[in-house]
Unconditional design. Structure first.
Ligand SMILES: Cc1ncc(COP(=O)(O)O)c(C=O)c1O
Length: 413
């Protein structure tokens, strides 16, 4: 008899939690504690042997709780549950998306190594790559998001120092997509002998519902969990997912750098996981309505949204192969420059003028002077971040109200 396979949307309500170990509480309690009491000294010794990698875990053994910077039940339950969607062996929860990205990079890069990244990436990631990693002797170079396999290959071939291929797809804020299978093939074809080029993917924009990079050859998936996982603009967190082996190395970095999350934040994420899929679906439905409106508006010059034919050669095809939906992030150009974009931003009434994305309320912002303001003018021009570009993260408001809001805001032009 074939066994019924439980879907992620069901597993996320029970995975990783045994109510009988918490007085039968149906809802996971908040384990607000910095430290955990060992039953005896030998158990304490064993807990450290495993946590510090001094001895391998035996079959059936699991890491004991020690100290909340190392592990905590709320974080561990989030980690167990989020693996359901991406199909990962393991996950690590962080204090922010930047905590996840920086800790993952510092786990695998050493002085003399090179990281190659798709451009643009989120502004904080860009700063870390261009201004901080070089200070540790780690070189970085970039290729335009949406590059072909041959263009990616040109960045990696003949350079044995390349150890990480980092891809943000769709890219923030241009929403250009990069081919993950091609990245995997390039990484495998050009790794130095006895080493591997890790493919790391920032999947914040579409994941984990509309894109699952591990299925397309990625080694590590990274998230700003501040966005869709939290979903209510009330917390900051990050995630890394991948094989048990890679995630255990990332967790050592997290423990030592202290980039772990806290029990209250982890609990809020747990509460949000149950509605993640339904939120993303409804936000996408609203975004499609807004995109449809913008595409027809005479004052709108260009609309970027994953899957549109107008995104450029090969983009719609790639979208069909790599993603199962387009999500709720979009950007559009109004023509002119900063002054024109600001007129629209200052005129919205229902949308909120704020950075971040993936929350239940619609946020609108100006990438050139806000999220991506650290980039030089030349870098912005190369990445397609013009002064007239506006980014919208569509929320759960009534979509006709959002269209009416944009209608009156565009009238300000
Ligand atoms: C695509 C992407 N990755 C990473 C981050 C950083 O995440 P956090 O703000 O949670 O550190 C952001 C933040 O906006 C983002 O948009």
């Amino acid at each position: 008899m074939s066994r019924h396979k439980v879907q992620p949307q069901t597993s996320i309500f029970s995975k990783g939690y045994d109510p009988q170990r918490s007085e039968g509480a149906a809802c996971v309690p908040v384990f607000r504690t910095s430290t955990f009491i060992f039953p005896n000294a030998a158990a304490g010794k064993r807990a450290f042997e495993i946590a510090y990698g001094l001895d391998a875990m035996k079959p059936g053994e699991s890491p004991a709780l020690i100290y909340t910077r190392v592990n905590n039940p709320n974080s561990e339950i989030v980690e167990d549950r989020v693996t359901c969607w991406d199909g990962a062996e393991a996950a690590a929860l962080f204090s922010s998306g930047m905590g996840a990205i920086s800790s993952a990079c510092l786990s695998f890069l050493r002085p003399g190594d090179t990281l190659v990244f798709s451009d643009p990436v989120y502004g904080g990631t860009e700063y870390f790559f261009r201004h901080m990693l070089p200070g540790f002797g780690i070189r970085t170079k970039s290729f335009p998001a949406g590059s072909s396999k041959a263009e990616m290959e040109a960045m990696v071939a003949g350079d044995p120092t390349v150890k990480v291929l980092y891809i943000e797809t769709p890219a923030n804020p241009t929403l250009m997509q990069t081919d993950l299978r091609a990245a995997r093939e390039v990484a495998d074809a050009h790794a130095a002998p006895d080493s591997r080029i890790l493919v790391m993917v920032d999947n914040t924009m579409l994941g984990p519902i509309y894109c699952r990079p591990l299925q397309h050859g990625a080694d590590l998936v990274l998230y700003s969990a501040t966005k869709f996982f939290g979903g209510h603009s009330d917390l900051v967190a990050g995630l890394a997912l991948g094989s048990r082996e890679l995630i255990s190395r990332v967790k050592v970095t997290r423990t030592i750098l202290g980039s772990n999350s806290d029990p209250d934040t982890a609990w809020l994420i747990l509460r949000s996981l149950g509605t993640l899929e339904i939120r993303m679906e409804k936000q996408q439905e609203n975004a499609i309505r807004v995109v449809d409106f913008l595409l027809r508006h005479p004052k709108v010059k260009e609309v970027a949204y994953p899957g549109l034919d107008s995104m450029g050669p090969g983009q719609a095809d790639l979208h069909r192969r790599q993603c199962s939906g387009s999500g709720s992030l979009l950007s559009f150009r109004v023509g002119g420059g900063e002054a024109e974009a600001f007129k629209v931003l200052d005129a919205v009434r229902e949308m909120k003028l704020a950075v971040s994305l993936g929350g239940i309320e619609t946020l609108i912002e100006h990438p050139s002077t806000m999220t991506h303001s650290d980039m030089t003018a030349a870098e912005k021009a190369r990445a397609g971040i013009g002064e007239d570009l506006i980014r919208v993260s569509v929320g759960l408001e009534d979509s006709e109200d959002l269209v009416a809001d944009l209608t009156q805001a565009l009238d300000a032009l």
